[in-house]
Write a protein that binds this ligand. Structure first.
Ligand code: FES
Ligand SMILES: [Fe+2]
Length: 366
């Protein structure tokens, strides 16, 4: 780390760690800091790739670009999902493109062929067959939690499920793993990745930024803190009295839970809104200091939701995301100002998660 950045981080830590303060603007604009975040936060954390039920049948797969790593996510047998480096062992061509179903993966360059377990099965015209024995696709460490597929490039980070025990307790009754994936989208938002994570975990903005889409349902003044740990933070968005009752949800939900959404962040870069009937998640990765790649998806509780109702839920969240994106684009402009130095955050029930997220980042970057 260069001397200047080291000095800056010390100052940020002194100003913000445990102090319920927003971060200074350079945290959202400095390219050296972004390089450090990729190295220490992204490459050392658990990152969400998508949902298990995007690939329900054996051979179903999707490819995913995570930082500089092309990945291949495959239902390798009925009970397991495997994540491989999507890089041919011959001369590095990605062996799979897009998504689909395959019995084997044939490299489009010279036709080396891999099975669903990533083992090399054939390599045309190669003479030294024995050399090919250990030429499987590299396996990436992965885990499932709540029906999500996570991967990490680190061998040292603690197992995910273990790290999320506290979050598991406060989300278990909603039965996320039983919800059905109906759609996902890939977008680039024009803001720093941290601003998007913070925005999603901030109950303080709900009534102001979402006057039509959220204020009548989950107004700011009803937000409350929930649970936090080393690997996550979360808050509750209580429903307004006039908000219509949800009709379809897990039988395990308590009466109180049927009138709450629980919003959480699995550090560093997955945020989600879990309501009785709908689960929306966003998985983030930085493209640059002012751009973030977003994979976001929607899952629903109902088994056979009509196309019309699916579309309604998707459109509702497109609207919410649009409202947030507009604000975040403005924010990124403000963060480039040389006059902004960071300010106080709202109380724990409203912006506590933002403060927890900052403390996590400062720990990781230290
Ligand atoms: S790069 Fe894949 S077979 Fe040559
Ligand atoms: Fe929002």
């Amino acid at each position: 780390m260069n001397h200047h950045l080291h000095h800056t981080l010390k100052a940020v830590s002194a100003q913000c760690f445990g102090k319920n303060q927003s971060l200074p603007s350079l945290c959202y604009t400095d390219t050296d800091l972004l390089t450090l975040e990729i190295d220490r936060v992204f490459r050392r954390g658990w990152l969400c790739l998508g949902r298990v039920d995007e690939i329900p049948e054996v051979g179903d797969y999707f490819t995913y670009q995570l930082l500089n790593e092309p990945l291949l996510v495959v239902r390798s047998d009925p009970d397991s999902v495997s994540v491989y480096a999507n890089v041919c062992r011959h001369r590095a061509m990605p062996v799979a493109q897009g998504a689909g179903n395959a019995k084997r993966f044939v490299c489009p360059y010279h036709a080396w062929t891999y099975d669903l377990n990533g083992a090399l099965k054939s390599a045309p015209l190669m003479k030294k067959k024995a050399d090919l024995k250990h030429c499987g696709l590299p396996v990436i460490r992965s885990e499932q939690w709540g029906g999500f597929i996570f991967a990490t490039f680190s061998n040292n980070v603690a197992p995910l499920q273990e790290s999320l025990q506290g979050l598991e307790e406060v989300t278990a009754n909603y039965q996320m793993a039983s919800m059905h994936h109906i759609a996902n989208f890939s977008e680039v938002w024009e803001c720093n990745w941290k601003s998007l994570a913070e925005n999603f975990m901030d109950g303080y903005h709900l009534s102001v930024v979402h006057p039509q889409s959220l204020r009548p349902l989950t107004p700011t003044n009803l937000c409350d803190s929930l649970s936090q740990g080393d690997a996550y933070t979360s808050y509750i968005a209580n429903y307004a009295k006039a908000a219509p009752a949800r009709e379809h949800f897990a039988p395990t939900l308590t009466e109180v839970e049927t009138r709450q959404s629980r919003l959480f962040c699995v550090y560093p870069a997955m945020v989600a809104s879990l309501s009785p009937d709908t689960l929306v998640y966003l998985s983030l990765q930085p493209v640059g200091v002012s751009q973030v790649q977003v994979k976001w998806g929607i899952c629903v509780w109902e088994d056979n939701l009509s196309e019309e109702h699916k579309q309604q839920r998707i459109e509702k969240w497109q609207q919410i995301n649009h409202e947030d994106h507009e604000v975040l684009q403005g924010l990124q402009k403000g963060l480039r100002s040389s006059f902004y130095q960071g300010g106080a955050l709202a109380p724990e029930s409203l912006e506590g998660c933002v403060s927890h997220f900052h403390d996590y980042l400062i720990r990781m970057l230290d």
